[in-house]
Design a protein around this ligand. Structure first.
Ligand code: GTP
Ligand code: SPV
Ligand code: MN
Length: 584
């Protein structure tokens, strides 16, 4: 592997910046970066009395979410990327991107950020170097990853690293490309300054590149939260849960149990809210690590009732992106604690008042639906003392969660690991604002990984089965759906803190403390075992499995699996046939 200094020199020559600054994360350096950012207008200082250490950023209106259609896996062989990924031949990708990066930092500063995903120096962590011309990206990376001298020491001792090159390239949509070269351990991202497109340690490294490495090294990189639930006796059970983007991971990761459970002594301990790296431990259990060091969470809907722990977390040292700005230089978003104030500036920088409409007469949001906050995980009041343990935490239950207004019950349990893998693989969910595209449209999102799997998804499903074969005590696998609606279009389940009741049922199942009812698709709770303040009729409806709906649902999975040809394990097909037989 080439020396890291050689690589940095190489990209410097390509991008031709005015100067190069190595980021060490010192307080003095951060202050200087902020000052430069305030001066250039890239970031705006917020009210330091009310929001100490906080600042604000508006992204380009054409750059507000991940752009999956411009995201590519560049492997020498197209089949390695598989039918669910966009693919580009590495040679073509490098050639096209070089044209974009050539001189892209003319007159600008090139920042070099050595970072670690996972505790620095742990044998399970991965390090990277991100080069970028955006101060906003640097300040985000300083929160989301571990940056500093210990990482430099590892690099100096010759450690492997992921080469992450990023340039705003004028935020020109025509120059936007998010390229992954798993075979070269390299990421090149141009033309976007937003979230998962630009903070390359996150989705690009910790999921797309990591999933590829994980396949070869025998572990899993997943789009999952990790959290611990402590019972009144002081036992802590950990869960890992995969929900598609903007479907409730952050909220579940720091769920506040309903008061009656708090009084009994239940507690929740957050380990991570977006990404989990999972390994088979020497004890035959599955162990999970959160590779990140911060939260990049959805702002709208976050308030003291839905997520009080997050409200405390983001009260200081937080970056707010694309929310609305009040005239006292504090922030506001739809679904926050405060009624609509007068005289705000919206995420586009325009004056905004309640009822503001666009030219077509459509009501405008003050905050973009995918507006976000970036906050250090260390500020989370319910942070697990084990959040940075290099061994991770042992997982008792894996949860797949979809956003489905119909069909999918509140919760059901798989018969075994392979059936659970099938459940995850066949997940469909309604599209959210976290990615470009039409919100609400139903799309396939196996294991919530459709945008993030760095290799052929058939191999990925097969790898999940292999990992299960290596587990002596596999976690139980469940599917949940907090989003089922009634005939009037209202959510039937109150969600948020109330989800705790469903977690308790799942954990009771893991300990064989409660029985379950058989349905054609898996095991559901018996009415009365979900301890909620809802009428039995509503609970029954939430848990109902409609045979004709499911026959149609399952029938549609054939087409999805067929595209993988013979590459897909017979064991997945077997699950499909067994399920279909239930309906004939
Ligand atoms: P990413 O950061 O994009 O990966 O999203 P996420 O999965 O962490 O989603 P998050 O927890 O930020 O929630 C996204 C949206 O779903 C927010 O608007 C929440 O208010 C809403 N939400 C979360 N949990 C629930 C729930 O239990 N019920 C309902 N109805 N909405 C929820
Ligand atoms: C997601 O979209 O799943 C996110 C936000 O967590 S981003 O970092 O943009 O990927
Ligand atoms: Mn996410």
């Amino acid at each position: 592997m080439a020396n890291f200094n050689d690589w940095v020199k190489e990209v410097e020559t390509l991008c031709s910046p005015r100067k190069v600054v190595w980021i060490d994360g010192s307080a003095e350096q951060v202050e200087n970066l902020k000052k430069d950012g305030f001066q250039s207008g890239e970031i705006i200082e917020l009210n330091q009395d009310k929001l100490p250490g906080c600042f604000y950023h508006r992204s380009n209106p054409n750059d507000v979410a991940r752009t999956e259609e411009l995201t590519f896996i560049c492997t020498s062989d197209k089949e390695s990327a598989g039918p669910t990924n966009n693919w580009m031949a590495p040679k073509e990708a490098y050639t096209r991107a070089k044209e974009i990066f050539k001189g892209s930092m003319d007159g600008k500063t090139m920042y070099v950020i050595p970072f670690s995903m996972g505790p620095v120096g742990s044998q399970f962590s991965k390090i990277g170097i991100q080069v970028t011309d955006s101060i906003y990206v640097v300040l985000n990376m300083l929160i989301m990853t571990r940056v500093g001298k210990p990482v430099m020491d590892l690099l100096s001792s010759g450690a492997e690293f992921t080469k992450c090159l990023h340039s705003l390239a004028g935020l020109d949509e025509k120059k936007r490309l998010i390229l992954h070269f798993p075979e070269d351990n390299t990421i090149w991202s141009a033309g976007s300054g937003y979230g998962g497109n630009a903070l390359l340690g996150k989705k690009c490294l910790a999921l797309r590149i990591a999933s590829y490495l994980a396949k070869n090294e025998g572990w899993l990189a997943e789009h999952m939260l990790i959290t611990g639930i402590e019972d009144p006796q002081g036992n802590v059970d950990y869960i890992a849960a995969a929900f598609p983007s903007a479907c409730g991971k952050t909220n579940l990761a720091m769920i506040l149990p309903p008061e009656e459970f708090e009084r009994k002594g239940y507690k929740v301990w957050t380990v991570g809210d977006d990404i989990a790296w999972l390994r088979v431990g020497s004890d035959g259990r599955l162990w999970a690590v959160n590779p990140e060091a911060g939260f990049f969470g959805v702002a709208p809907g976050t308030n003291s009732k839905s997520n009080p722990n997050m409200m405390k977390t983001i009260s200081r040292n937080t970056i707010f992106t694309n929310v609305a700005l009040k005239d006292d230089k504090t922030v506001w978003w739809e679904g926050c604690d405060e009624a609509v104030p007068d005289n705000m500036t919206d995420w586009l920088g325009n004056k905004w008042n309640a009822g503001s409409k666009d030219k077509a007469g459509k009501t405008l949001f003050a905050a973009h639906p995918n507006s976000r906050f970036t906050a250090p995980i260390s500020q989370c009041p319910c942070l697990s003392p084990k959040w940075s343990d290099s061994k991770g935490v042992p997982i008792s239950a894996i949860i797949f969660g979809a956003r489905r207004s119909g069909v999918v019950p509140l919760v059901y349990e798989s018969h075994n690991w392979t059936h659970g893998v099938y459940m995850g693989a066949t997940m469909r969910s309604e599209r959210t604002a976290a990615q470009s595209g039409k919100v609400g449209e139903l799309r396939r999102d196996p294991m919530a990984m459709i945008p993030f799997c760095g290799y052929n998804m058939a191999d990925y499903f097969n790898h999940w089965i292999d990992v299960g074969d290596n587990l002596k005590s596999p976690p139980k696998i469940f599917q949940v759906n907090w989003f089922r609606k009634d005939a009037g279009g209202q959510f039937m389940w109150p969600g948020f803190g109330e989800n705790f009741r469903v977690l308790l049922w799942m954990l009771a199942r893991c300990k064989n403390k409660v029985s379950a009812a058989e349905t054609p698709i898996g095991l559901i709770p018996k009415i009365g075992d979900i301890d909620a303040h809802l009428s039995p009729a509503v609970i029954q409806q939430l848990l109902s499995v409609n045979n004709s709906e499911w026959e149609s649902e399952i029938g549609q999975h054939n087409k999805f699996f067929e595209q993988f040809g013979t590459r897909l394990s017979e064991r997945i097909w077997q699950e499909q046939y067994t399920l279909q037989e239930q309906f004939v």
